[in-house]
Every structure is written in structure tokens, then in C-alpha cells.
Ligand binder design. Structure first.
Ligand code: S3P
Length: 426
């Protein structure tokens, strides 16, 4: 399926984007590990989260998913059963990596795999540290899914991560529930939703700077968990409302966890007008409303500890950078090459096709500003965030932009085009 986007003259409206995907995965996994009934309000209904639901059901949890209220009958930390089939994480890196931490500690054999894209993504980053905890885990060439888990008894370990990855960190913290005394030291802070949720559900977890330690836990509380709107979904509209002239947009109940708000900080340092209002907390996660007005941007340099805080927003930030005054350099971003597609290549290829001056380095992109974009025919590369980033580019391009294979938006944001249309119509 393709979608055609025309230049927009103004965006306006108030809306709430779907529930945070990262927090949704964690809420489901923790609720399935809890004893008794949990209620998850505002769960993201998208393919990635559905993959987590299906895997948990195959492990014996009862998940009943309603439009706004999802109930989970948890089985307890040691209550899962041997799945009758190979678990399928679909396209979801978070599903396979987080669940691997749980599967490693089970007294039964299991296997987990995913689609073509997921089977090409690096898994040595979880295989090696899980093995150091005593897990009997194997993958294709010790690097890729399918992953096979043999029954193991895990032991405590200290992990010094080489890359800032919340998926790897969360995998090891979940394994720590079975191993006891597990410490993870990150090179830079990555999203900390697992830590916040485990603490909220009564698991003994301590955080000291970049060092996180979890102890063995055989009882996780069942609770009501409210899921904030996903800042990574909101990011497409934040950039759109910034670069389309005369726009004003209000996004409600957006998750504002400081490990995720890099998109707001970066846009503000580029000159965007963004105001946060009605700040409060839901189950220890910061949330608030975000008001965005269009503004002139200037190019900047982005690197280091900011990168994990904007890791999913870099393609759409690259689109924003083409409309800024001067050059933008995004470096230290090698991890982008290991996402649903190689996002450095995909972003550079599509922006070049639209007529932009942009260069790729092994871990960086150098983007020239003040570019007028030409509408043209673009690939999504089967990557939801590439499809949505280039829909935003289409709003400021001359003529019509056609984006192919947009079904992939269902991975994280099935309502994207409908919500975008409502803003164009005002
Ligand atoms: C995620 C962490 C990030 C992010 C992904 C979701 C998570 O990956 O890119 O979309 O929910 O933990 P890494 O932290 O592994 O880079």
C-alpha cells in the first residue's frame, strides 16, 4: 500500500497519540510475571505490542485486550509453562530481547524467533551476558535469532555494557529476578522504564548513577498501570508542526521521562517553540501536555549522551534539519545501523532522492539546511519510523510525495495517517 502526501499550508489541532510502546511491553511482561490480575490502561495497540501479548499467552499468561483497559492474569515469576510452539517476536526487538531475559531463567526449554528483519539484528549483545549468568542459550552463529534456551539456573553477575541499550539492560535486569544480585553499568543513560516499573511493582531495585542493581524476587505486585502517550510517536507531529508554517498543535498526556525527552531538548536548541504544560506523574513516569508552534530552526551538532535519548527520533530530526538555517551534524549514532533497517542509509537515500545535500559516515549524518525538498516516490524499507519521517518530509516538499509499503506503520502507530490527516484539515 502507498500513501500520497501533499505540501501542507498549516497544521492545527489537539490530539493524543497512542500509548508508549516501550512502556506497554514492560507493563505486559511485568503484569504476566506478577501474581494476580493487573489492569493496563491505554496500552499501545500495535503489531510490536501484539507480539509481546502473543508470546506471553504462549507462556500461559491470560491477556484480555480491550480498547482502553487490558487485563492480565499473571502467573507469578515462576509460573510460566513450557510453550507448545516457537515464540514469535515478529518485528519487535524489545519483545525478543526483554523476553530472552525471562526465558533464560525458566526451568523448561523454549525458542524465540522473529521476522526477516529481526532475524538479522544483533543478538550477541544479549547472548554473551546471559551466558555469563549461566544461561544455556544459543543462536545462529551465536549472533542471530532464532534463540534456543535450555533449562538453566542463573547466577548473579556484574555487566558493564559497551553500548547504551535499554533492551540489553532490561533483558539482564529481568534475568536478575531469577539470578539475584545482578548489576548493570551503562556507558550512558538509556530509557529507564524497566527500572521505574519494577520499583513501582515492589521489586528490590536500586539505581546509582549509571549503575542499576536488582535482587532476586519471587513476588511482583499486580497493579493498575497507566500508559502515557508515546513521545516517539508524538515526535513526528512535533517536527511536522515545527516545520510547516503557521502551525499550532497540542499533544496530550505525552510521556516525558527525561531519558526520552531528547527530541524536545534538541528541537528547542534548534529554536523550536515547545511548551510543556500540566506536568504530573503516572505510576512514577513523568507526563504532560506539549504545545508546539512553527518556528525557524537553526542547525546544530548532536552527539554523545544525547544520542540514546533520541535514538528513535533521529530520522525525523534529520528531516527537521533540512529546513534549518545551516548545517546539522548527528554523530556517535552507529546504533542506527542496527534498527529495523539501517536508518542512516535509509534516511540518506530518501533525503538525497528529495534533492537534499546530506552525507553519511559510518556513525554519523551531515545534513545541509535551507533545502527545498522535491516530492517524489520513496521506499519505507519496511521500517515504520522511516515511513512516518518521510510522510513529515512530504508535508514541506513541493508536489506530491508517495511513500510505498506504509503498512509497516502498524508496527508502532496504526493511526498515524488518520491523525496526520486530522491536523492538515485543522
Ligand atoms: C527500546 C529501546 C531502544 C529503542 C527501541 C525500543 C526499548 O533500543 O530503539 O525502539 O523499548 O527498550 P536500544 O535501547 O536497544 O537501542
Amino acid at each position: 500500500m502507498n500513501v500520497q502526501i501533499k505540501k501542507a499550508h498549516r497544521l492545527s489541532g489537539t490530539l493524543q497519540v497512542p500509548g508508549d510502546k516501550s512502556i506497554s511491553h514492560r507493563a505486559l511482561i511485568c503484569a504476566a510475571l506478577a501474581k494476580g490480575r493487573s489492569h493496563i490502561l491505554g496500552l499501545a495497540h500495535c503489531e510490536d505490542v501484539n507480539s509481546t501479548i502473543r508470546c506471553l499467552q504462549d507462556l500461559g499468561a491470560i491477556v484480555i485486550s480491550g480498547k482502553t483497559d487490558t487485563t492480565v492474569e499473571g502467573k507469578g515469576v515462576l509460573g510460566f509453562k513450557k510453550p507448545a510452539k516457537i515464540l514469535d517476536a515478529g518485528n519487535s526487538g524489545t519483545t525478543i530481547r526483554l523476553l530472552s531475559g525471562v526465558l533464560a531463567g525458566q526451568p523448561f526449554e523454549s525458542q524465540i524467533t522473529g521476522d526477516d528483519s529481526l532475524r538479522q539484528r544483533p543478538m550477541a549483545r544479549i547472548i554473551e551476558p546471559l551466558r555469563s549468568m549461566g544461561a544455556q542459550i544459543s543462536g545462529v552463529d551465536d549472533q542471530f535469532a532464532p534463540l534456543l534456551f535450555k533449562p538453566s539456573t542463573l547466577k548473579p553477575a556484574l555487566h558493564r555494557l559497551k553500548i547504551a541499550s535499554a533492551q540489553v539492560k532490561s533483558c539482564l535486569l529481568l534475568a536478575g529476578l531469577y539470578a539475584g544480585a545482578t548489576t548493570v553499568i551503562e556507558p550512558a543513560p538509556s530509557r529507564n522504564h524497566t527500572e521505574i516499573m519494577l520499583d513501582y511493582l515492589g521489586v528490590p531495585i536500586t539505581v546509582n548513577g549509571n549503575m542499576i542493581s536488582v535482587r532476586k524476587c519471587d513476588r511482583i505486585q499486580s497493579e493498575i498501570i497507566r500508559i502515557p502517550a508515546d513521545i516517539s510517536a508524538a515526535a513526528f507531529f512535533m517536527v511536522a508542526a515545527t516545520i510547516v508554517p503557521d502551525s499550532e498543535l497540542m499533544l496530550k498526556n505525552v510521556g516525558l521521562n527525561p531519558t526520552r525527552t531528547g527530541i524536545i531538548d534538541v528541537l528547542k536548541s534548534m529554536g523550536a517553540q515547545i511548551r510543556l504544560q500540566n506536568l504530573r506523574k503516572w505510576n512514577n513516569e513523568n507526563i504532560g501536555d506539549v504545545l508546539i508552534r512553527s518556528s525557524r530552526l537553526k542547525g546544530i551538532k548532536i552527539s554523545g549522551e544525547t544520542i540514546p535519548r533520541i535514538i528513535d527520533e533521529i530520522p525525523v530530526l534529520a528531516v527537521a534539519a533540512t529546513q534549518a538555517e545551516g548545517e546539522t551534524i548527528i554523530s556517535d549514532a552507529r546504533e542506527l545501523r542496527f534498527k529495523e533497517t539501517d536508518r542512516i542509509s535509509a534516511t540518506v537515500e530518501n533525503l538525497t532522492k528529495m534533492g537534499c545535500a546530506i552525507e553519511a559516515r559510518s556513525d554519523a549524518m551531515i545534513i545541509q539546511g535551507n533545502q527545498s525538498l522535491n516530492g517524489c516516490s520513496l521506499m519505507s524499507f519496511g521500517d515504520h519510523r522511516i515511513a512516518m519521517s518521510f510522510a513529515v518530509a512530504g508535508l514541506v516538499a513541493d508536489g506530491t510525495t508517495t511513500i510505498w509499503n506504509v503498512e509497516c506503520c502498524h508496527i508502532s502507530f496504526p493511526e498515524f495517517f488518520e491523525q496526520l490527516r486530522s491536523l492538515v484539515d485543522g
